[in-house]
Design a protein around this ligand. Structure first.
Ligand SMILES: Nc1ncnc2c1ncn2[C@@H]1O[C@H](COP(=O)(O)OP(=O)(O)OP(=O)(O)O)[C@@H](O)[C@H]1O
Ligand SMILES: [Mg+2]
Length: 301
């Protein structure tokens, strides 16, 4: 029996009914440009229009983001790539509502049909921000405390998501007993248990070693397929972006703006050894290293 269906508190996980994507299919056809690959789009989930963000700092006013226009679609895995300081984290903070834009508009289209306290947008940070004095299970339960669920139901729900991230046997461990990769899995379970409409991930695997990073990438890809979440994933790493993304959005240097977008073909998991993967990585790296305006724009007045 499907484990999710056995839990009364959960909507059953979609039965991997995302349109089946061919595995092992060529990453690109020879000669095909990644930039012109068109994929059918679902409806918009998030629209960002003409967003500008400036910070006051000791060096004066710093423009972090300049005229961002971006639409993310329902169920899309969008990767934001860009050099350090180009405003990637700022963008996620604006989307999450932790900061307000100076100008422009950010609109989330909710698909909720039922009332509840489920989160709309949740961020997972580079360093998993967990409570060290709580156990793994208690960390995951923490976000559920505002929801009107009974203790038994909450625990079942938390354990369900811990099982999804393969940590059900570590539920009673404290955070300091976990590896970096396990901590990020707890952070992922803690976010998913709240059933967010939009999952914002700010370089969640950057601090991990290569092997753990690759393992978590493929686990995240599986979770995304199962939960159909809309994900915006920030990274510095070109290979990570083209491994995970339906679309890679390349930012220019500071102040950040969308410099280039690459829509990827649907075949998953991506064949990293494919010449086309390498070709795209080279192309993006070339664009990445030529980020445009690199100087800090000082905004006066
Ligand atoms: N709260 C703040 N106050 C002042 N300046 C800020 C603040 N937050 C960000 N900035 C500035 O805005 C710019 C963009 O910062 P942000 O953290 O968004 O970049 P980033 O692309 O996420 O960089 P990294 O890849 O290093 O994480 C930087 O110049 C940073 O110094
Ligand atoms: Mg950042």
């Amino acid at each position: 029996m499907n484990e999710a269906r056995a839990l009364p508190c959960l909507e059953p996980l979609p039965d991997l009914d995302r349109e089946e994507e061919p595995t092992g299919a060529p990453f690109f056809l020879p000669g095909e440009s990644p930039r012109v690959h068109n994929r059918p789009k679902s409806r918009p989930k998030l629209e960002i229009r003409n967003v500008v963000k400036t910070f006051a700092s000791t060096k004066g006013l710093i423009r972090a983001l300049s005229n961002i226009n971006l639409t993310v679609h329902e169920g899309e895995f969008a990767c934001v790539l860009g050099p350090s300081g180009c405003g990637k984290s700022t963008l996620l903070h604006l989307i999450a509502g932790l900061e307000l834009p100076d100008h422009g508009e950010i609109r989330l289209y909710s698909s909720r049909t039922k009332k509840g306290n489920n989160a709309e947008k949740l961020i997972i940070f580079q360093e998993a921000a967990l409570f060290p004095w709580l156990t793994v299970l208690e960390n995951v339960l923490f976000g559920l405390r505002l929801q009107r669920l009974g203790a038994k139901e909450s625990k079942e729900r938390a354990m369900h998501f811990l099982a999804l991230v393969k940590l059900e046997n570590f539920a009673n461990c404290f955070i300091h007993e976990l590896s970096g990769g396990m901590k990020q899995r707890v952070a992922l379970a803690r976010a998913l248990v709240l059933d967010p409409e939009l999952l914002l991930m700010d370089e969640p695997f950057a601090a991990l070693d290569f092997q753990t990073r690759e393992k978590l990438q493929s686990e995240l890809e599986e979770l995304w397929k199962r939960t159909k979440k809309t994900i915006i994933f920030v990274t510095h790493n070109v290979e990570e972006a083209i491994t995970l993304g339906d679309r890679v959005i390349l930012f220019s240097g500071q102040p950040g703006t969308v410099k280039q977008e690459y829509t990827l073909p649907p075949g998953r998991p991506r064949q990293k050894e494919s010449p086309f993967f390498a070709e795209l990585a080279v192309e993006i790296k070339r664009d990445f290293q030529n980020p445009g305006r690199e100087l800090v724009e000082q905004v006066t007045g």
